[in-house]
Design a binder for this molecule. Structure first.
Ligand SMILES: Nc1ncnc2c1ncn2[C@@H]1O[C@H](COP(=O)(O)OP(=O)(O)OP(=O)(O)O)[C@@H](O)[C@H]1O
Length: 273
């Protein structure tokens, strides 16, 4: 499976949010999309998930135009996890929600294989005992785990995850991101994730796309993208970037507009080494 994004532009009404976004991802790869608030990350992911239709440009899956695929094919190829806080329209139990992930695979009703996939996904996220609970009764982190479990049960070729770990505790942040990496490297799936945590993004992505004002301003390995210069220009923050055995460690030190503040000059000089 190959995901190719060519010249994608998107606008909400007359306001342009994505401009000429072009990149490729191969099976086996994990791509992290990073960038400041409002830079267009979620909009881009929703264009990849066919939730939104680009104003210009095309998304290809294995050379086929995503816009021309049937809904069932899209469901088999793409598993989309919306960002935390995105509401579920109907009252549903945890089990029913995770079972929805099997919908693109169903032919004559729910099979043993479908139930096995659901059971595995629930167990993986520690949700087995919550199966009968209503989604609306869960904590935000538990709800997020259910949506990730639904995508795991779906067993798609491509995982599209929008801030999957934002509401998860540190154990499940690691569990979920490590699982995604494993699905890519060991089962040849393709993973695209929007992440705010630059350290997790560096640790669990093969490549990063850095978005700023709807454009890609840097793309490549975490080491080439997460430079102090890029962090300064895009986020407006003076940061120290160090290499560790678990990936890069980005430590934000001070917002640029505070670097002149009394007492901050020394901190900035120390940050720049
Ligand atoms: N439904 C909408 N209607 C109009 N404008 C929107 C809509 N959704 C998002 N926007 C605008 O599009 C821009 C990009 O939003 P998007 O959610 O893609 O950014 P983001 O990088 O994911 O931000 P964040 O990090 O805050 O989640 C923002 O300026 C936002 O206000």
């Amino acid at each position: 499976m190959r995901l190719q994004v060519k010249g994608v532009c998107f606008s909400y009404g007359s306001v342009s949010v994505l401009e000429d976004v072009t990149f490729k991802v191969q099976a086996g790869e994990t791509l992290g999309i990073i960038g400041p608030n409002g830079s267009g990350k979620s909009t881009l992911l929703r264009c990849l998930a066919r939730v939104l239709k680009p104003r210009m440009g095309t998304v290809f899956l294995d050379g086929k135009n995503l816009a021309a695929l049937r809904a069932r094919e899209v469901g088999r190829y793409l598993g989309y996890v919306p960002p935390p806080g995105t509401g579920q329209a109907f009252p549903c139990t945890v089990l029913e929600t995770v079972l929805q992930g099997r919908r693109p695979h169903l032919t004559w009703g729910v099979s043993h294989g479908d139930l096995a996939a659901v059971t595995r996904a629930l167990a993986y996220l520690g949700l087995t005992d919550l199966g009968e609970r209503q989604l609306g009764e869960l904590s935000s982190g538990q709800r997020q785990k259910v949506l990730i479990a639904r995508a795991l049960a779906q067993e798609p070729e491509v995982f599209l995850l929008d801030e999957p770990t934002a509401t998860l505790d540190i154990r499940y942040q690691l569990e979920v991101l490590a699982r995604m990496r494993e699905l890519a490297t060991e089962q040849g799936r393709l993973v695209v994730m929007v992440l705010h945590d630059l350290n997790l993004a560096s640790r669990f992505s093969d490549r990063l796309l850095l978005l700023h004002n709807g454009r890609i301003v840097a793309a490549g390995t975490p080491k080439t993208v997460l430079t102090p210069e890029n962090v300064r220009v895009v986020y407006g923050v003076e940061a120290v970037v160090t290499e560790t055995r678990w990936g890069l460690q980005v430590t934000p030190v001070v917002p640029l507009d505070m670097t002149g503040t009394k007492g901050m000059a020394k901190v900035v000089l120390a940050a720049r080494g």
